[in-house]
Design a protein around this ligand. Structure first.
Ligand SMILES: Nc1ncnc2c1ncn2[C@@H]1O[C@H](COP(=O)(O)OP(=O)(O)OP(=O)(O)O)[C@@H](O)[C@H]1O
Ligand SMILES: [Mg+2]
Length: 380
């Protein structure tokens, strides 16, 4: 990650303050709130009603405040998911690398017709690793990663979500190269939830379309980026590299405008035999297995299970030994048990029981719907 941990100040703030006040002529380079506060105090002392001065200053300080809050909510540096933690999906990993990493390495190649994708959509049934994959992009690709979930932001930033989107992309450009990940992007297009939410999400969607159109089109933002980062400007690509990565279970809910901007659409399918076996190995990394446990055979039995389902089966099976150990014991006896008494290697029988308890969650109908959408709109 990049070095600058100083709080981000939206580039538009000084300009807007100046224009509203008839050109105060404040220096843009002056850092921090000290200068701001002084300017405001000077303005108050100049004879205007204090209340008017306060409310004039409010929208801008609110922008900065929103930026700070967004920074906490969406700047995601902690995921730590590696490609190796994601089972299967080799093609999707390759594609994401091509979309995110290569343009950074060879900016002069990715121009004109080869310009980088503005948006990549991951679609597929629930629990197949779309969110996990996006987190791996964050770790592996070394771009600043903004992680926004439409549903949580819509409720949290009620009434300011449009502004939130604009500021978010300003931040993304200022910290480029960056990846803006929008999980559950379908919820922007459906009118789910209460009335009123629909109108708000329509406006957010419109703002998002505008912002995606502005990505890498070379309009305006370069100067601001140079001013913000202030290091290694010589060898950086001219345009700030920003890519939108989106995920959905309901690709058919996306309207045409949004779909068109998510140029690359990658199907994240249920895991195949090989991927399920890999998933079993990933999930059982810290778990002791009995000799009778054949993961290849087990992977075959798990046909139709999503990655999330397989994970749940593993969790259930690995708890079974403990269940047996504490059966019929009193709370006091359980509390007195040592770790070695509770932990037993996971057996084939544990998995047989777990398989009966955990059913596959994705229906054939759902899969068929995804494959049909893929045939119509998917890429590759
Ligand atoms: N390919 C995979 N490799 C490793 N783990 C996986 C994979 N797919 C799913 N999982 C497991 O399932 C959990 C849920 O996966 P994830 O949240 O990425 O699914 P999703 O596709 O985003 O689902 P949804 O569409 O419901 O949001 C992960 O935390 C992980 O434990
Ligand atoms: Mg998800």
């Amino acid at each position: 990650g990049g070095g600058g941990d100083a709080h981000y100040v939206p580039p538009s703030v000084p300009a807007r303050v100046d224009s509203r006040r008839g050109g105060g002529g404040r220096r843009q380079g002056a850092a921090g709130g000290g200068e701001n506060r002084r300017a405001r105090m000077g303005y108050d002392a100049g004879g205007a009603a204090p209340r008017a001065a306060d409310s004039a200053a409010l929208p801008d300080s609110a922008d900065a405040q929103l930026a700070r809050q967004l920074e906490r909510d969406v700047l995601d540096g902690s995921a730590g998911v590696r490609w190796a933690d994601v089972a299967g999906l080799a093609e999707a990993k390759r594609l994401l690398e091509e979309a995110v990493v290569l343009p950074l390495w060879m900016p002069e190649y990715f121009t004109g017709i080869r310009r980088p994708w503005k948006g990549v959509l991951l679609f597929g049934p629930p629990g197949t690793g779309k969110t996990l994959l996006a987190k791996a992009v964050a770790t592996e690709c070394g771009t600043t990663f903004f992680n926004i979930s439409v549903s949580s932001l819509a409720s949290k930033y009620r009434g300011e979500s449009e502004r939130m989107v604009r500021i978010l992309f300003e931040m993304a450009r200022a910290r480029a190269p960056s990846t803006v990940f929008i999980d559950e992007i379908d919820s922007l297009c459906t009118g789910r939830g209460q009335s009123g939410e629909h109108e708000a999400s329509r406006r957010v969607k419109t703002e998002l379309l505008v912002q995606i159109d502005g990505i890498n089109s070379g309009t305006g933002a370069e100067g601001q980026v140079d001013r913000e980062s202030g290091e290694g400007e010589g060898d950086k690509p001219k345009r700030p590299l920003v890519m939108v990565l989106a995920a959905t279970n309901f690709p058919w809910d996306l309207d045409e405008a949004l779909r068109r901007r998510l140029e690359k659409r990658v199907y994240i399918a249920l895991p195949d035999d090989e991927a399920r076996e890999e998933l079993l190995r990933i999930n059982l990394r810290g778990v002791e297995c009995a000799d009778d446990l054949d993961l290849t055979a087990l992977a075959t039995q798990l046909k139709g299970y999503s990655g999330d389902d397989v994970t749940n089966v593993c969790r259930d099976a690995s708890m079974n030994g403990m269940r047996r150990a504490i059966a019929g014991k009193t709370p006091e006896q359980i509390r007195a048990m040592k770790k070695e008494e509770v932990a037993h290697p996971v057996t084939k029988e544990d998995f047989a029981q777990a398989l009966r308890r955990v059913q596959p969650s994705v229906s054939d109908k759902d899969i068929a719907k995804h494959e049909q959408w893929k045939a119509e709109f998917g890429s590759g």
